[in-house]
Write a protein that binds this ligand. Structure first.
Ligand code: IMP
Length: 193
């Protein structure tokens, strides 16, 4: 089967494609002639994933997949969460976001956090949600050069390295996105869609 990914991010398309290529073909928005900015205005990660998938399904009536991810920090009541991309303001950089987190976490002893990815899949109008989660801690300073976003300050449980100190190959074996993808693959495989 074919699925349209409701994202303009080529890196995401490749990453997800690699994992699900055995069960379906992932198409990009440009493959279907869609060049609009998809709205992401919901107050939750789940809400945004659903909003993006519905936006594509309603317009193109094509089976589709949308994802949304956030870093949730316990002592910050789940922030940055749904606004992870723009935590330090619209147009901010990954460094701005990390600086803001580190500043808010100064002196905090509870460093627990989790990355959460939600995939919303729509097949023939039916919606399915899949969650991938990685628990970890927020360090007191950045470590490592790889990855993106909050990777240099996030150390997953069971590792003594941040995501940014790991190879992409290792991160991709257990990241929040990879875990959500694996659930999706299992579902698509089991339903023979
Ligand atoms: P998105 O929903 O995948 O666009 O992710 C929203 C924001 O969460 C990104 O802009 C990053 O700041 C952060 N983020 C998502 N995935 C990761 C990751 O794997 N590592 C670090 N930060 C991430």
């Amino acid at each position: 089967m074919e699925l349209v990914l409701a994202s303009n991010n080529k890196h995401k398309l490749n990453e997800i494609s690699n994992i699900i290529s055995n069960v379906c073909v992932l198409k990009s928005l440009s493959d279907i002639g869609c060049s609009v900015d998809i709205p992401e205005t919901q107050p939750t990660i789940e809400g945004n994933a659903i909003q993006k998938a519905r936006f594509i399904y309603d317009r193109f009536k094509m089976n589709c997949l949308a994802d949304d991810t956030g870093l949730e920090i316990e002592t910050l009541d789940g922030a940055p969460g749904v606004i992870s991309a723009r935590f330090a303001g619209v147009g901010c950089s990954f460094s701005d976001n990390m600086r803001k987190v580190l500043m808010l976490m100064e002196g905090k002893t509870n460093r627990e956090a989790a990355f959460r990815t939600i995939f919303c899949l729509i097949i023939d109008g039916k919606e399915y949600l899949f969650e991938g989660r990685v628990d970890g801690i927020i360090l007191e300073q950045e470590r490592g050069e790889n990855g993106f976003g909050y990777d240099p300050i996030f150390q997953p449980v069971g590792y003594d390295k941040t995501f940014a100190e790991m190879s992409l190959e290792l991160k991709n074996t257990f990241s929040h996105r990879a875990r959500a993808c694996m659930k999706l693959v299992e579902f698509l495989g089991s339903t023979n869609k």
